[in-house]
Write a protein that binds this ligand. Structure first.
Ligand code: HPA
Length: 271
């Protein structure tokens, strides 16, 4: 079966199981953001394993299910769980899932993640809107793509109009939303303090192990992108706390409610 067949079969399954839903915003939930699912009205859940274009997810804190429903009144398709490039080295792990959203006619994608902060003023529990990114591993999900559309324009990868809508929604609820540049590190190891000093020199504000390949896939598929980081720690060398996935999940849990409420306010403002 080709990827195109997998996308076709996934699209058909989604339309059949949730015929009344017309999602306008796709949302990929990273570590700490999974609580969004409980806030959906009229949810229809489909396991990734029933959708051949969707990835296998193996990381604790990632659910592996697609949920269609309404968030703050907006029609959404929520991807609970992503496959990361660090799992098997593939930067195109989310290609089938995101192209399925595009095939369903979803025009807007919201990507969420957990990240380390390079700025002590933006501490654990802060929320950051991505203004841009650094693709430091220089990996692409577009290897093998034909034609001139593969030369994707990455200016305004994070859509300026969506960003101002998100900032307006945050302001409206009195929630601080930082803005900054996200540096993608392949992982799964965390960074060394020397790497973090390098990233600061390069203009990064936060660092994480996801999102960037998905932004490239979505821009190539013609979707507009908004992305949000939940800061779960100060990056290596900026404080004494040891880094671990358990620490990421614990910090994500603590900030989860605020992040979910913010998303609930932002998403309807994007449509
Ligand atoms: N580095 C990379 N990825 C991360 C971090 C970090 O410090 N925190 C959460 N995800």
């Amino acid at each position: 079966m080709s990827v195109a067949d997998d996308i076709q079969r996934s699209t058909t399954t989604i339309r059949t199981r949730a015929p009344q839903r017309t999602p306008r915003v796709g949302i990929v939930l990273g570590s700490g953001w999974q609580g969004v699912v409980a806030h959906l009205d009229e949810p229809t859940t489909i396991a990734y394993r029933d959708l051949p274009a969707f990835p296998e997810v193996g990381v604790a804190g990632h659910a592996g299910q697609l949920v269609l429903g309404r968030l703050g009144g907006a029609e959404v398709a929520v991807l609970g769980g992503r496959e990361h490039a660090y799992e098997d080295g593939r930067a195109d792990a989310m290609k089938g899932a995101l192209r399925t959203l595009a095939a369903l006619g979803v025009p807007t994608l919201v990507l969420t993640n957990a990240a380390g902060s390079l700025n002590a003023q933006m501490g654990t529990g802060s929320l950051m809107l991505l203004t841009d990114h650094l693709n430091l591993p220089q990996r692409t999900p577009l290897h093998g793509e034909p034609g001139s559309t593969r030369f994707v324009d990455m200016r305004d990868a994070y859509d300026p109009a969506l960003r101002s809508a998100a900032l307006g929604a945050a302001r409206g609820m009195g929630q601080t939303l930082h803005e900054g540049v996200y540096a993608w590190q392949l992982g799964p190891q965390f960074e060394t303090p020397a790497e973090i000093r390098m990233l600061r020199l390069l203009g990064a504000d936060a660092v994480g192990m996801s999102t960037v390949p998905e932004t490239i896939i979505a821009r190539h598929a013609g979707m507009k992108v908004l992305a949000l980081s939940m800061i779960t720690n100060l990056a290596a060398g900026l404080d004494a706390e040891p880094l671990s996935h358990a620490q990421t999940l614990a910090a994500a849990q603590a900030a989860g409610d605020r992040a979910v409420r913010l998303l609930e306010a932002i998403v309807p403002a994007l449509t």
